[in-house]
Design a protein around this ligand. Sequence first.
Ligand code: DGY
Length: 328
Amino acid sequence: MTPPSKPRLFITRRLPDAVQEHAAKTFEMTLWPEDRPIGDAFDQWSVGMDAILLMATDRMDAERLARLRTHVKALATYSVGNEHIDLQAATRLRLPVFFTPDVLSDAVADIAMMLIIAAARDTTRAEAILRNGEWGPWSPTAFLGRHPGGRRLGLYGMGRIGQAIAKRARGFDLAIHYHNRTRLSSAHEQGAQYHATLDDLMRVSDVFCVAAPATPTTRKSVNAARIALLPRGAIFTNIARGDLVDEDALIDAITSGHIGAAGLDVYAREPNLDPRFKSLPNTTLLPHIGSAAIETRVAMGLLAVDALANFILRGEKPRNCLNPEVLH
Ligand code: DGY
């Protein structure tokens, strides 16, 4: 008797070797071979697959999901963010979508702290001077940044990533303030001060950090009126999604000096960031590397592949599901 064939898994981008090897043990794996987002070729490549592991760069709209539903049993996204997926449509179609929470919170929080320190201490400008061969003799008044300790950190979003940032920031003597859809229990707040509105949070944020998910409600919620509420000279950071911020307003505020320095890992139109960001000297700009630590990217892949395998092969109900109602 021929053994039952493995379920077919399509992965839309090359992943760390350890993840691909792990997936190939359980699934008959097909990999999009090119080192760029798959785009419209997705529709052709996904035909006949049982499961799909997709990236945050792959759009899953209602029509595409409906086409997949004829053969696909579950999807997983190699991300914690899920704004690229029409989740309501997936739920209507009873298509489970798994994601990769928790395993990336520490890596993203590390980058948030790095951006806060880099922006406060003006390290990007200092490094450029060194690299350009313009570094002169030591001077008591050169390269003067600001010390972040003792300032108020305003976290817009206090989910897993926000809490991991708060944990680190306490070690730098920042006072933690936050705004979140729901107030945390005092055990989770750990002394952080809750603000019921984003406006209130922004008024007290000497250092402001965007750590909330991109949703239709949060889109461009950090707008010109709210940016104007920040204390003059505030440090602005974003490790979540560029979509949450009105970038024209942000650029205006950095240019005018209302925002003293900015550290950004995410942009509204990636990878084509607004070129004005690059001409502003007091910005530290990273290319969306929050989760880009090898240990983290492996852990994300294993979590996603195991969720698909546990659901499809073992009928389990993995916890890392964005629409758990379809598992019941
Ligand atoms: C995430 O997991 O959402 C990261 O930002 C990668 O897209």
